[in-house]
Design a protein around this ligand. Structure first.
Ligand code: HEC
Length: 404
């Protein structure tokens, strides 16, 4: 029942989450684009409108949007004035609900990897929540400190600390959960940027304007730095959120360096996309970044594992295979949406599509994996693909399934 309710809720949360994040990221990209394309008034122009910061014309929907970015005069505050924050808040709220209904369910079991550690569930939830809060505090402190005057150093330090967190979580969490945890840490910091810096700074100068004071551009500048951080985090965070679709990467042994390459290369891609108005070689640069990133990831994928299977029990080897063979993509822990939930399957009675029942003994498990179409579970399409496994791998997988 717990799984059933969680399944329904996760459909609703996921859908709203996807829509809200598309709206938020779409805005981030469009606003940055407008910022880059604003034409500033030329110095010495006759009749220069002194409040004009820049302007821009855009063709869309059968007309021209003539857009101006202006300093606001206390006596002439435009109304209605549109604020942008709810896409971000909605993304974060539904994302958090999704995190709870998919990963924190069942005492956090879906976060863990029994081949890595014997941590119990609640500890995992504590680590995950702690990581999200700690990352915001660390990141925000760095970018409030004097270090922000040397951006390259602040970026390097932030990145090094993020990588340290990745290595730490990788000691306890399964690959999918590591990618997601880092994505949630960055995504939560993005919403906190909106809440703590962007909106609050905008409120400050709006309050001053209402009190009749002039528009202080200082606040806008502070808000803009955090907007740019958010802008550069969008591509990596999107990748991490979608990482369940890339089983090869999330099951890799060298997970942290791969994640590092992905984060850096996607930020560089965004950087070169933004440089296209003044840098002719931007497309070539993106292509080079792409090739180098793929090359590095390939090297990490074929590099011998840092931890070998020696010393692992059959159940632990099976748990690793379950992720590496892509089983976990459909049979997601704690969810029975795409494929049956395999928890406590062993020796239970399974309803079949043809109306019969079968006891899930070892022979049934073996047959389900070797010839998935032989007996199809009621309520599911016969969509499980056959896999080629060695006898030992099959034995390990079965040992693992029996242990769940
Ligand atoms: C493309 C999605 C997909 C993948 C990948 C996948 N499965 Fe399945 N699996 C299903 C579906 C759907 C069913 C239910 C229909 C059926 O019985 O064929 C199922 C059924 C099962 C069952 C029987 C469950 C029951 O409740 O009786 C077992 C056991 C199983 N899969 C194990 C695995 C293992 C092990 C792997 C990895 C080698 C794997 N599956 C990969 C989709 C998948």
């Amino acid at each position: 029942m717990e799984y059933e309710i969680a399944g329904w809720l996760s459909v609703i949360f996921r859908f709203v989450h996807v829509i809200a994040s598309i709206m938020w990221i779409g805005n981030s990209i469009l606003f940055t684009w407008m910022e880059l394309n604003l034409i500033a008034p030329k110095a010495g122009d006759e009749n220069t409108d002194k409040d004009l910061l820049g302007q821009l014309d855009m063709l869309h929907g059968g007309g021209v949007f003539h857009l101006q970015k202006r300093v606001i005069n206390p006596g002439a505050i435009p109304a209605p004035l549109h604020w942008f924050m709810w896409q971000s808040y909605t993304t974060w709220i539904t994302g958090t609900l999704l995190l709870i209904s998919v990963f924190y369910i069942n005492g956090g079991a879906p976060l863990l990897d029994s081949s890595k550690s014997a941590l119990t569930g609640w500890g995992a939830i504590g680590m995950s929540v702690g990581g999200i809060i700690a990352w915001w505090l660390v990141y925000d402190t760095i970018w409030r400190s004097k270090l922000k005057e040397v951006p390259a150093l602040a970026v390097l330090l932030s990145f090094a600390l993020l990588m340290t967190a990745t290595v730490y979580f990788n000691q306890y969490f399964n690959g999918r959960a590591v990618f997601l945890q880092v994505g949630v840490m960055l995504g939560s910091a993005m919403t906190a940027n909106v809440f703590v810096h962007i909106i609050r700074n905008q409120k400050k100068f709006m309050k001053a304007l209402l009190a009749g004071k002039p528009h202080d551009l200082k606040y806008g500048k502070q808000a803009k730095t955090r907007s740019m951080h958010n802008h550069y985090m969008t591509f990596p965070v999107l990748f991490m959120m979608l990482s369940a679709h890339f089983p090869q990467l999330i099951s890799a042994d060298w997970l942290s360096p791969i994640l590092g390459v992905i984060i850096v290369s996607l930020m560089l891609v965004k950087f070169f996309m933004n440089s296209r108005y003044y840098f002719g070689g931007w497309l070539v640069a993106i292509f080079i970044v792409f090739l180098i990133a793929c090359g590095l990831i390939k090297v990490f994928l074929i590099m011998p594992a840092s931890t070998s299977d020696v010393g692992l029990t059959d159940v632990q080897k099976g748990a690793k295979l379950f992720v590496a063979q892509g089983c976990a993509v459909c049979h997601q822990v704690g969810s029975s949406q795409l494929a049956p939930n395999l928890d406590k399957l062993y020796n239970s009675t399974v309803q079949l599509a043809d109306g019969g029942t079968v006891v899930a003994d070892e022979a049934y498990l073996r047959e389900s994996i070797e010839r998935p179409q032989a007996k199809v579970v009621k309520g599911y399409p016969a969509s499980m693909p056959p896999v080629s496994l060695t006898k030992e791998q099959l034995d390990n997988l079965i040992a693992y399934l029996k242990s769940r």
